[in-house]
Design a protein around this ligand. Sequence first.
Ligand code: ADP
Ligand code: MG
Length: 347
Amino acid sequence: MLEDKNQSRTSLSELGEFKLIDHLTKHTVIHHKDSFKGIGDDCAVIGQGDIQTLVTTDLLVEGVHFDLSYMPLKHLGYKAVMVNLSDVYAMNGQAKQITVSIAVSNRFPLEALEELYAGIHLACNTYKVDMVGGDTTSSTKGLLISITAIGEVKKEKCVYRNGAKPNDLLVVSGDLGAAYLGLQVLEREKQVFQVNPNAEHELEKYTYLVERQLKPEARKDIAKLLADLEVQPTSMIDISDGLSSEILHLCKQSKTGCQLFEDKIPLDQQVISTCEEFNMDSTTVALSGGEDYELLFTVKQEDFPKIKANPNLSIIGHMTDEPDLIQLVTRGGQKVDIIAQGWNALA
Ligand code: ADP
Ligand code: MG
């Protein structure tokens, strides 16, 4: 038996998710040369050859990451795959295989798990990914689902979080904030329903938001789009925790600062109108919301003409040579420090 000599107790919430990972992994020893990139990016990168293997894993826990009272199991299965594929695409790679592990209590009938797997199969067929294994076990309470995705990328095409340089342009795919608002809409409906089970659901005006929350799509298309435009990003990350948190990751790892322009942040019309209705600030929602699964990346200034008119991409800022200044430039021209208010799993 290993003895636990450490008698002191430190609360995990004091540390937060990222400091906890740093703390637990700081003594990690790498034994193999072909563990090319270990902890710290969207995927681990394995192999030294021309084509490298990408590996990423995510764990989703009932009551923490999803609420089955409004998350249909088929959607959960689909989303659990997307969350992982998104990390492969964030390395500029292509996903090829997944493994799926579940822990399930006997509260779930077979039919429920069939629904979960219908969603997983739909995702695999749509994204041309093969399910090649997994594990099944019981849990005392609730459902846990853990997916590992495996992908590949040409060595010279692989994009890390740490390659941004001062003056590079900061670019994001799609639009931001909708998934978070979708969750707010669903939470509100749930409360209305708890008070009055016969209440009419009023979701029509929020279809885009709810879809972004319940059926997100990972940006498989961006690697090809950038290759066609002959643009090689200098750094990249996927937006799972919110724009501010991901910008801080890129800056910290690339040792750059950043100026993000509030008026450039892409927002869908439903995000704007729903923020007005809910009395929320759309910039805060985009910065802190999370679960958008868009890609955030940097490109060289000289690539500006190749991407400026692309409807899939928005240039939202640029990197600077001042690592201590990671700022939002507001519509009024004020400069405000960007802080991570993104999703903290341990808060
Ligand atoms: P992402 O948001 O892209 O899924 P995370 O923030 O979960 O990434 O993880 C950051 C890095 O830390 C990744 O390289 C991940 O593999 C690693 N990591 C996370 N949790 C652990 C853990 N418990 N043990 C070892 N490595 C971990
Ligand atoms: Mg990621």
